[in-house]
Design a protein around this ligand. Structure first.
Ligand SMILES: C[S@@+](CC[C@H](N)C(=O)[O-])C[C@H]1O[C@@H](n2cnc3c(N)ncnc32)[C@H](O)[C@@H]1O
Length: 209
């Protein structure tokens, strides 16, 4: 099993600044979705190639994966997909990210690293301060999607998001995927693994109000 990267390591204090929308995308006016912890980005490639009316941005802490993903974007001349390397918490905490966050329609946290030991909970990507940063800059109506196969992590993320009183959950039966960032319900790599291995999947959608 792969060793998780410790996001609190000093290696990640220095960040890659998210460029402006027009530097990242061919058409900066399209809806924007952000996927946090996107690994090699396969999920975002699948989405970006089909849903050309959306822009997709992935943040990932493993540098090699981001380098390879950026190269693939360049080679295939995809102009609605961009990757940024680093700890998402530090990147989005930067002042220059505020403008980008304001332009985001939705954010996904798909199968984040669980960090099972209690003393490691602070390494989990969803933290109260981080949700606060998002709630301060996201527009009303923006969505957060969480998905995991670890019940304890799901409860922790759910509690953390709902403790910020700017978010409430949406019942999935009331949600229409057709207009979302993922109209065809494309699956992430971990999700495919969870399905094949018949693991339970816990997911929820929140709206900023
Ligand atoms: C279990 S993998 C899930 C990958 C993918 N989302 C999926 O569903 O298949 C979690 C990913 O999040 C990345 N990650 C963990 N903490 C992060 C952080 N603070 N900022 C950015 N990426 C992070 C890990 O390196 C890893 O690629």
């Amino acid at each position: 099993m792969r060793q998780h990267v410790n996001p609190l390591s000093s290696n990640f204090k220095q960040i890659e600044i998210i460029p402006s929308l027009s530097e990242m995308f061919g058409d900066s006016k399209l809806n924007l979705h952000l996927d946090i912890g996107c690994a090699a980005g396969e999920f975002l490639f699948d989405l970006a190639l089909v849903n050309t009316s959306w822009n997709y941005l992935g943040i990932e802490i493993r540098e090699k994966l981001v380098k390879n993903a950026k190269f693939k974007v360049f080679k295939r001349e995809i102009n609605n997909l961009y990757f940024v390397f680093g700890n998402a918490n530090n990147i989005l905490n930067d002042n220059q990210s505020k403008f980008i966050i304001k332009n985001i329609q939705s954010i996904s946290f798909n199968f984040p690293d669980p960090w099972f030991k209690k003393r490691h909970y602070k390494r989990r990507v969803i933290q109260p301060d981080f949700i606060n940063i998002l709630s301060n800059s996201l527009q009303k109506g923006s969505l957060i999607f969480i998905k995991t196969d670890v019940k304890d992590l799901f409860d922790y993320m759910d509690w953390t998001i709902l403790s910020n009183l700017s978010f409430k959950k949406i019942e999935r039966k009331d949600f229409s995927y057709s207009e979302s960032f993922n109209p065809n319900k494309v699956k992430t790599n971990r999700e495919k693994y969870a399905i094949v291995n018949k693991l339970d999947i816990y997911e929820r959608i929140y709206i900023k109000f």
